[in-house]
Design a protein around this ligand. Structure first.
Ligand code: IPD
Ligand code: CA
Ligand code: CA
Length: 264
């Protein structure tokens, strides 16, 4: 485990929000749900969890800025530090009573990801990483998989929802190209946990486009600290701004990038 003041602050905030999410998950049929757009929902649980994390982190680290899914950007007086917060990654799963969702908190310092926490309250899995300190799931150190053969590899992905119809054709082309080469493909429905699964060596690689920094800031650090690679899905570019990501172990990450390129 990582024993640092920063990790204590981050995990405490995730646990506190997670407690509320666990309660709401048990009564999901009574939750207030609204639509942000076609196929894109937000619930009272998302908003409550965001408030809890925002308050906890603001109290422990006054002045840090925020990029949050539900409340947007809050500029801090400390221009070096910025939180990227998704209070409930996997809202669709949550609303369908599927226990694959997480609180995701990433910290950026002077443009570098330095700490990340991804917490799934339904399974009580806490994934943490701090720059130079490795990545952990509860008390277990994480390492990316060592697989080198794409035909033996399990690849995670994100499927664009109804409101992202413009990106459906590209996704279908990429999926077809990956299906022709990989052992098989999975779709969890929570990008932060997809990245945690890459860090844990469960997925050999994963890709998704159209994400926001709160979806992946924490997870990207988990992968890197577990010895893996994270890049823009098109190879060059900066994923923190493009929102198109490809992550995996050294070999399968490289090969997945080439497959995605071949699908263009
Ligand atoms: C979503 C999840 C999903 C991904 C979507 C995200 P949300 O986040 O991470 O896996 O495919 O692109 O928007 O809306 O559940 O926080
Ligand atoms: Ca999300
Ligand atoms: Ca969310």
């Amino acid at each position: 485990m990582i024993r640092s003041a920063l990790m204590n602050v981050m995990t405490a905030a995730a646990l506190k929000a997670g407690k509320g999410l666990k309660r709401d998950f048990g009564e999901v049929e009574n939750l207030q749900v609204s639509m942000k757009g076609p196929g894109d929902f937000v619930s009272a649980a998302d908003r409550k969890a965001e408030k809890v994390v925002f308050e906890e982190l603001s109290r422990a680290r006054p002045g840090y800025g925020f990029v949050m899914e539900e409340s947007g950007v809050v500029e801090g007086t400390d221009k070096s530090h910025r939180w990227h917060l998704d209070p409930l990654d996997g809202t669709t799963n949550f609303l369908h009573a599927i226990p694959i969702f997480a609180v995701s908190i990433g910290l950026e310092r002077d443009g570098q990801l330095v700490a990340g926490v991804v917490y799934n309250p339904a399974t009580d899995d806490m994934y943490v990483a701090e720059r130079g300190q490795g990545a952990w799931n509860n008390n277990r150190r994480l390492r990316v998989s060592q697989r080198r053969d794409m035909a033996m590899s399990l690849i995670g992905c994100g499927v664009p929802h109804l409101g992202k119809a413009a990106s459906h054709p590209r996704f279908k082309a990429e999926l077809a190209a990956v299906m022709a080469r990989a052992q098989n493909v999975r779709r969890l429905g929570a990008a932060a946990l997809d990245l945690a699964y890459v860090a844990a060596g469960r997925f050999d690689a994963w890709w998704e486009r159209g994400l926001n920094s709160w979806d992946y800031a924490a997870g990207a650090l988990l992968v890197r600290e577990a010895g893996g690679f994270v890049s823009d899905a098109d190879g060059d570019g900066d994923f923190m701004t493009s929102g198109a990501l490809c992550a995996g172990n050294e070999w399968i990450h490289k090969e997945l990038l080439a497959i995605l390129k071949s699908a263009r």
